[in-house]
Design a protein around this ligand. Structure first.
Ligand code: SAH
Length: 254
């Protein structure tokens, strides 16, 4: 397979997160200040390593993806009531009727994106920022990540969640991802976290030659499946992979 282009081009973006001061909390005099603010051992990398071992046992094998999955603290993206489930292989609600995808699905889709690519991917477009988790994982495997969300509430939540990580190569955009994001095009890879009836033309247009698109899409039997599209100099090559369950891709913003 052709190598995925690297695109050294650096685009100017204006979405620098404003710096916020963390609230200063005084520890009570009798107790030493906690080194584990969540009190659940979730700040320990061992928790994530266990998750990575499970992913590897499930057949995921791209070292760069496993490394990324092992380094992004998923518990920082879920509500405190659900934090205990953050490293289980389950999707979880993130508000406004949307969900953070299962770790297995995130890893699988990114592994598909990287298949045949040497080193990091170039610019990647993610449709459906949600809570920002997948964007954070992508930031470890790509030079630049453009992530677009149509719900203002989630766009802002992702911005707040990601502030902690200070990922200079993640650019959060508020808008309708069905139109892609022409300013960042062409993309070495496009990944959608929401499933539509068809693949929007804008995604195909904005994909670089040699680039790959991975998106859940409704197939002939009315069920969603993962669709992989490669843009080659002989045209688009499409394959339909396993069945998946993603939230619907919707047009417009809200
Ligand atoms: N990657 C996310 C998953 C979020 S769920 C995470 O790690 O949390 C999918 C998201 O796609 C939802 O937040 C939904 O609002 C968003 N979405 C659906 N249609 C969209 C569109 N046309 N443009 C941008 N975002 C869209």
């Amino acid at each position: 397979m052709a190598q995925r282009p690297g695109f050294p081009v650096k685009l100017q973006t204006k979405d620098k997160a404003p710096s916020v001061k963390a609230p200063t909390v005084k520890a009570p005099a009798s107790k030493p200040a906690s080194t584990n603010p969540h009190g659940l051992g979730l700040d320990s990398s061992a928790v994530r390593q266990r998750m990575v071992q499970k992913l590897a046992a499930q057949g995921l094998k791209d070292p760069m993806v496993l490394q990324a999955m092992g380094s992004v603290e998923r518990h920082r993206f879920v509500e405190s009531a659900l934090v205990n489930q953050a490293y289980e292989d389950t999707s979880l609600p993130i508000g406004l009727g949307q969900t953070i995808s299962k770790p297995n699905v995130v890893a699988r889709m990114i592994e598909l994106l990287r298949e045949g690519a040497e080193g990091k991917l170039g610019r990647v477009l993610e449709i459906g920022t949600g809570c920002g988790y997948q964007a954070a994982v992508l930031s470890h495997v790509a030079t630049e990540v453009y992530s677009i969300e149509r719900l203002k509430g989630l766009h802002e939540k992702a911005r707040a969640n990601l502030r902690h990580f200070r990922l200079a190569n993640v650019h959060l955009l508020f808008g309708d991802g069905m139109l892609g994001y022409p300013k960042g095009a062409p993309y070495a890879a496009i990944i959608s976290a929401a499933g539509g009836e068809t693949l929007p033309q804008a995604w195909l247009d904005q994909l670089a030659l040699g680039g790959r698109l991975v998106a859940p899409t409704v197939t002939a039997n009315g069920q969603q499946a993962l669709m992989v599209v490669d843009k080659t100099d002989q045209g688009f090559k499409q394959s339909v992979l396993e069945a998946v369950h993603f939230v619907p891709l919707k047009s417009g913003i809200s």
